[in-house]
Design a binder for this molecule. Structure first.
Ligand code: FES
Ligand SMILES: [Fe+2]
Length: 420
């Protein structure tokens, strides 16, 4: 299927439903990689993954290998992991510390800021050969926000703060929960499922499925249905609700629906933790931060779950294969007992041996198989249409339905219809 015009995109995506081919057609996937993953800001994790000079990690965007490094001067670099000689990757290790990157093919050796330091037999390349011209290429745009690293292959993306807009305040809240005002990530938990990347994005915004997909954790459907908010007004009155910020970012606040069975309130309110937060923010904000149960999507690939202090990165591999990395985050300055429990519950939540994400991955692979039955049929995002636009132009909706997913598909349609 060729998408070359706005009208082709419109035939795939309507206000509250999308064609099933959007999840199954390899040519649509290729175009998503080009226009969304190479055309917009993509999250590459957090700079506390590379805290010391020489620290590095390898990553990728839309299949293009990338190296994230910390140089001697403390700066973070995002470089193409491809030797300037014949193109070999210069590093194949997930993460570590190295004084330099020596290409295994002919030995060209690069510093952690990308500079080409050594070319064996350089004289054979002639007198005009200049090592300065052959450093590892940096990505055209790199920026951080509260330590979260973003990069783009598109030189024309807006400034990162403009891209994040008002969604940034919930990244602030995520990080401000740390008494020292910074987080330290632990090693990621890596999972893979046999389905399209958007199934995970839709699921982040799906408050409908938990009692059915995760009955062991969320109780029976009857109990849940009887207390769930059903529209924006009711949700906000009862302390919950969702918001779509534009550019595909969105957020839910469970408010009084905080699922305390997942993380006991006594632990979130550990006395020495709350007193450290109170010193910085005063008692009211300290309590609010300690108990915050918010779910933020920074479109298209970063998801922050505040109560458990973890974030996830979505990494599309193919139209029907996706990796998801979950990162437990220590709240720097919080007691060890709190951080260890946050990491333990995050592991129970997101790891392959856990009790929540595995259920979702089973659902995703079933959806992916089922979608193939009829690519022209619709996927429905018709739930909870009772939403309104607030004073900032954000769409506010209910805590359970499809308002956030509709917001993400508005951005999908915008990016897919406008070649970058
Ligand atoms: S490909 Fe790297 S040195 Fe030749
Ligand atoms: Fe789920």
């Amino acid at each position: 299927m060729a998408i070359r015009t706005r009208s082709t995109v419109d035939s795939l995506v309507e206000k509250d439903r999308v064609r099933r081919a959007v999840y199954t057609d390899p040519s649509i996937f290729s175009l998503e990689m080009e226009r969304i993953y190479l055309g917009s800001w993509i999250s590459l994790g957090h700079e506390s993954e590379v805290p010391e000079p020489g620290d590095f990690k390898t990553d990728e965007i839309a299949g293009r290998p990338i190296l994230v490094t910390r140089h001697n001067d403390g700066t973070v670099h995002v470089l193409l992991n491809a030797c300037r000689h014949r193109g070999a990757t210069v590093c194949e290790i997930a993460s570590g510390n190295a004084p330099a990157f020596k290409c295994p093919y002919h030995g060209w050796t690069y510093r952690s800021n990308g500079e080409l330091a050594i070319v064996p037999s350089q004289e054979a390349f002639g007198p005009d050969f200049d090592r300065n011209e052959y450093g590892l290429r940096p990505l055209p745009r790199v920026a951080t926000y509260r330590g979260f690293i973003f990069a783009s292959f598109n030189p024309d993306v807006p400034e990162l703060e403009e891209h994040l807009g008002r969604a940034a305040q919930y990244i602030d809240a995520f990080v401000d929960r740390a008494p020292a005002g910074k987080i330290q990530v632990r090693k990621p938990l890596k999972t893979e499922y046999a389905g399209n990347w958007k199934l995970q994005i839709d699921n982040f915004a799906d408050g409908y499925h938990p009692p059915f997909t995760h009955p062991a954790v969320f109780g029976g459907p009857t109990e849940r249905a009887s207390r769930a908010p059903t529209n924006g007004t009711e949700a906000s009155r009862r302390g919950g609700g969702t918001r779509s910020f534009g550019r595909g970012h969105s957020f839910s606040d469970l408010g009084r629906f905080r699922a305390s069975n997942r993380f006991p309130e006594e632990l979130s309110l550990h006395p020495s933790y709350v007193s450290a937060l109170t010193d910085r923010f005063g008692p009211e904000r300290a309590r609010e931060l300690a108990l915050a149960d918010t779910y933020l999507l920074i479109y298209p690939n970063l998801y922050l779950q505040t109560l458990l202090s973890h974030f996830r990165l979505v990494k599309p591999q193919a139209v029907d294969r996706t990796h998801v990395y979950g990162y437990p985050c220590d709240l720097v300055g919080a007691p060890d007992v709190l951080n260890d429990e946050l990491a333990r519950v995050t592991m129970a939540w997101t790891s392959p041996g856990g009790e929540v994400q595995v259920d979702d991955m089973e659902a995703f692979s079933r959806v992916q198989r089922g979608l193939r039955a009829d690519p022209q049929e619709w996927v429905l995002f018709t739930m909870d249409q009772n939403e309104h636009v607030n004073e900032y132009g954000e769409v506010e909706g209910g805590g359970m339905g499809d308002s956030r997913a509709r917001g993400s598909f508005r951005e999908w349609a915008r990016l897919m219809a406008e070649p970058s």
